[in-house]
Write a protein that binds this ligand. Structure first.
Ligand code: ATP
Ligand code: MG
Length: 249
């Protein structure tokens, strides 16, 4: 359904360009549930944002349902059916939760927006009229971000650490919502996560280390590799890149 071919992403550093994503080749099949995992700073969010068109690819191509979408911008990719829930959802001063959900669903009916809030465990009476600004807590914002993605209803979705900042009790609910949508509607779904529990639920895990795909497979195959990587990385982020280069590859 979505193919990445030789995808790379560089940013400008002080002296030279820094390669954040390095020559990634992978295909995501329609209707499958994936997890992307890897150490902090390994490039998970960058890869998701390249797919969504938030960052431009430095090299390589992105194909969606056979069509080359590399040169399309975010809104054009969203129209094609690609969706992304941010790790750190942006706030929009002056925009109400109701407006955000109406824009996302394209339906200006309060009852519709209420339904999405209930799905993510937020009481519509308390939230519809709130501004999408820093007044919302991290966990509230995360749920509103997920509700917004449900309202957009894309056929290929990436949730970037949907569990981050969400309490243990509510996370079960959110996970059920995401999984039901995937199961019932066949939505191709990627969960970026560090949680073993999530890794146990998915069809396939993609392990990213230092901007490269290190391995792909089910949990039985990938778990020992993850343990291995963890063993190599019990150190500070600054020395880690060297260790990854020399010992952990
Ligand atoms: N504009 C930039 N300039 C310099 N470095 C950048 C820039 N954008 C991203 N990076 C670096 O790229 C690497 C990958 O970042 P990314 O956010 O994709 O990591 P991640 O795997 O999502 O990490 P986490 O688990 O912490 O969310 C990090 O080392 C980050 O500091
Ligand atoms: Mg990230």
């Amino acid at each position: 359904m979505l193919e990445l071919k030789g995808l790379s992403y560089n940013v400008s550093g002080k002296e030279k360009d820094i390669e954040i994503i390095k020559d990634v080749d992978i295909s995501f099949d329609k209707g499958k549930l994936y997890a992307i995992t890897g150490p902090n700073g390994s490039g998970k969010t960058s890869l998701a944002q390249l797919i969504m068109g938030i960052y431009p690819a430095t090299k390589g191509r992105i194909l969606f349902k056979g069509e080359d979408i590399t040169d399309l911008d975010i809104s054009e990719r969203a129209k094609k059916g690609i969706g992304y829930a941010f790790q750190y959802p942006p706030r929009f001063k002056g925009l109400k939760v109701l407006d955000l959900l109406s824009l996302a669903s394209g339906i200006e009916e309060e009852t519709v927006a209420r339904g999405y809030l209930r799905q993510v465990g937020l009481c519509p009476e308390d939230y519809l009229d709130r501004d999408v600004d820093p007044g919302l807590s991290g966990g509230e914002m995360k749920r509103i971000e997920i509700a917004t993605l449900l309202a957009k209803n894309p056929e290929f979705v990436i949730y970037d650490e949907p569990d981050a900042g969400v309490d243990l009790w509510s996370f079960d609910l959110l996970l059920d919502v995401i999984r039901n949508k995937h199961k019932k509607e066949g939505i191709t779904t990627i969960l970026i996560s560090h949680q073993e529990r999530i890794l146990s639920l998915v069809d396939e895990i993609i392990l990213i280390v230092d901007g490269r795909i290190k391995d792909v497979g089910n949990k039985d195959k990938i778990w020992p590799v993850i343990k291995d990587v963890v063993g190599c990385q019990r150190d500070t982020l600054c020395s880690r890149r060297d260790k990854v280069e020399t010992k952990c590859r």
